[in-house]
Design a protein around this ligand. Structure first.
Ligand code: IVH
Length: 671
């Protein structure tokens, strides 16, 4: 088929546009158009290419996915070997490194170093010829690696064609392919949902994804790349320094670490190391240290190599995030909502500078999946501020008598039966506030700063109050007397007085805080405030049914059900009444005069794809006094129909309901 010139030129135009937007998005981290517009351009190109298959070129942005599986990876000989790095674990080792550098260079001033995080992924070499990505290879043994071109092509931050035209004819860049933590967590959640094992850490996930023989699988994995070095370059070095050379790569659409800095002397290195150490936990990727490279390429040449590592670079490592220890026991903790959580009790071990004695095991499924048994030697991981995790057990070290773990079928705190929630993979104690564990948690939640804000009522004190039987429900807090509190362990007269004063003060609250403090399942601060604002009074709220409740923004069917169930329990009604009797009160919530609003009394249903999230549209309608329901009926006044509106539209048409498109909706909202 002959291709019309117009199609040919449009394809070229679209490819350039898409490459340019990739560049802004990935290399500069500064998108110029919304995702939807980008998708539109890509779709237009895809359509053109499927109409004229001869238009397709290997570097077209449409060709990132879809290559067929391989039997194995080919071998690639690196024209410039891919080196490894020496490690420094202490400041002293860094000082030694810097001294050796200066001695070899016979240089007495402070050396400038290019500093970057050391990403925990895997090293890759990209080869561009004439600006087109022709090969991607793993490091392998440093001189020979594996050809993973088809897989690397699926990674969005790797340009298939370089931007601009001033790139060298042959350009080899090196960098790290890694998996951002957000993507890693999602991938593991999905894997677990389908009963697979998941990956132990983001590094394994990145390596496993890249070594897939089927590129279509790699394409679904959230991989990314940062460039940090060079291989063969036909024109010679790109600049006089490491840092300037790396920065030039962004001009061509390649992505570099935004954390790269030039630092002065070993003091500058140590400062950078400490700063990155502090930032480590807040980064969206794992790093296991920082890398320092002598910035001047001239000095790099003078220093040269020893065996497989350059003398001009070093990695200063962070303390390991994973350590091995023995699992002594698995205890069960009962939470505020009765959820039973297994907790690993460990032989104390120092992980990344902190002594770890407990780690979460999440739930029974996770213990089964990882086959973790008491007595096992396990790997503990502590990344940043997150609660330490048990990554896996080491099968070879398992004692012969280690038994698989079974969840109890009665609550270990109160003996009540447990209820399994298959959908949530949780097991709950059915004891409610009869269960001392749930009671303690409910009271801690009630008194918390963001709830009733009872100053000085800490966890230990709550445990004591519940243990001696002084407090069973939040309302009992307001019945405490000075003699009773004074008599508690570690309580003097002064602190007892302070506590009673704080309790008195907490009685003046807001409706939202009060609702949040009740600890209704899935009712967080935001939902509590939305409910308070919508209903204004407790009576109104307690009378609402599930359908009415769903009129409140971010209240769906599940939360509505929890609310109705909660307010139906005589026990909860008693506690609420006792709290009000004790003098808990709040300023009345100011309510808009609903009847005067423009859409008062009108019922809407929203369907199809719209340019705003449905919740936002719902909120706008609610603000104008409208009602929004989930299904079309005779009572529906308007159907807002976005793109691809299906059965609801048909039903609305059949019932003669007025159908509005997005423009008409906007006109209505604008009044
Ligand atoms: S430079 C000659 N820079 O660390 C220089 N490596 O332990 C060789 N790595 O194989 C590498 N982040 O996989 C360099 N900013 C960075 C790095 C980095 C991670 C990895 C890379 C290398 C390994 C050496």
């Amino acid at each position: 088929m002959t291709i019309p010139a117009s199609a040919m030129s449009r394809a070229v135009e679209l490819r350039d546009l898409i490459n340019l937007h990739n560049y802004h998005y990935y290399a500069l981290d500064d998108p110029q158009i919304p995702d939807s517009e980008y998708d539109r351009l890509l779709r237009e190109l895809q359509d053109l290419e499927s109409q004229y298959p001869d238009l397709v070129t290997s570097e077209s942005p449409t060709q990132r996915v879809g290559a067929l599986p391989l039997d194995g990876f080919g071998e690639v000989t690196h024209r410039v070997p891919m080196l490894s790095l020496d490690n420094a674990f202490t400041d002293t080792e860094m000082q030694d490194f810097d001294r050796r550098v200066r001695e070899r260079l016979d240089y007495s001033e402070a050396v400038l170093y290019a500093a970057e995080p050391k990403l925990d992924g895997l090293a890759i070499s990209l080869r561009y010829e004439g600006g087109v990505l022709v090969q991607a290879a793993t490091r392998g043994d440093g001189s020979k690696g594996e050809d993973v071109t088809l897989n690397v092509r699926t990674i969005p931050s790797v340009p298939l064609r370089l931007i601009g035209d001033d790139w060298p004819e042959v350009l080899e860049v090196r960098g790290e392919i890694y998996m951002p933590l957000a993507g890693f967590n999602q991938l593991n959640i999905r894997a677990q949902a389908s009963g697979e094992k998941g990956f132990a850490n983001p590094r394994n996930a990145a390596a496993g994804s890249l070594r897939q023989l089927d590129p279509r699988i790699t394409a679904q994995r959230p991989l990314a790349m940062y460039c940090y070095g060079f291989g063969e370059i036909s024109s010679g070095p790109l600049a006089d320094t490491q840092s300037e050379g790396i920065k030039r790569l962004t001009d061509w659409g390649l992505r570099i670490s935004p954390e790269m800095r030039v630092v002065k002397g070993v003091e500058g290195c140590l400062d950078y190391y400490r700063q990155m150490g502090e930032r480590r936990a807040s980064l969206d990727y794992d790093i296991d240290g920082v890398v320092f490279k002598v910035d001047s390429l001239d000095q790099q040449r003078q220093l040269g190599f020893v065996s497989r590592a350059p003398r001009w670079a070093i990695a200063q490592k962070f303390p390991a995030q994973e350590e091995m220890t023995e699992l002594l026991a698995i205890d069960i903790q009962v939470g505020r909502t009765g959820a039973l959580t297994p907790v690993a009790r460990l032989q104390p071990v120092t992980v990344a500078g902190v002594t770890v004695t407990n780690a979460t095991l999440h739930n029974e499924d996770e213990i089964k999946r990882k086959d973790i048994r008491v007595g096992d030697t396990v790997i503990i991981r502590r990344a940043g501020d997150v609660i330490p995790q048990v990554v896996r057990s080491i099968a070879e070290r398992r004692p012969a008598n280690a038994l698989p773990f079974v969840m109890p079928d009665h609550c270990p705190e109160c003996g009540s039966d447990v209820i399994r929630d298959e959908a949530e993979a949780t097991i709950r104690c059915s004891g409610g506030l009869f269960c001392p564990a749930q009671r303690r948690q409910a009271i801690k939640h009630f008194a918390a700063r963001r709830a009733m804000d009872v100053e000085g009522l800490g966890d230990k004190l709550v445990d004591q109050l519940v243990a001696v039987g002084l407090v069973e429900t939040p309302a009992d807090l307001y019945k405490l007397t000075l003699p009773a509190v004074e008599g508690l362990e570690r309580m003097g007269r002064k602190s007892a007085e302070n506590l009673l004063q704080a309790l008195e003060k907490s009685k003046q609250t807001t409706f939202g805080r009060f609702l949040f403090a009740l600890g209704i399942r899935e009712v967080g601060e935001a939902t509590a405030n939305a409910l308070a604002k919508h209903y204004g009074t407790l009576d109104q709220l307690m009378q609402a049914d599930t359908e009415a409740l769903q009129q409140v923004s971010d209240v769906g069917p599940i939360v509505a059900e929890h609310l109705v169930t909660f307010f139906k329990q005589p026990h909860n009604q008693e506690v609420i009444q006792a709290l009000l009797d004790a003098g808990v009160e709040w300023e009345p919530v100011e309510m808009p005069d609903v009847d005067s609003l423009t859409l008062a009394g009108k019922t809407f249903v929203i369907t199809g794809t719209l340019s705003l999230p449905r919740d936002e549209i719902k909120q706008k309608l609610l603000n104008l006094g409208a009602k929004v329901t989930g299904s079309v009926s005779k009572k529906t006044d308007y159907l807002i129909a976005g793109e691809d509106a299906g059965s609801k539209r048909a039903k609305a048409e059949a019932l003669g309901v007025v159908i509005l498109d997005e423009d008409q909706l906007n006109a209505l909202l604008a009044g």
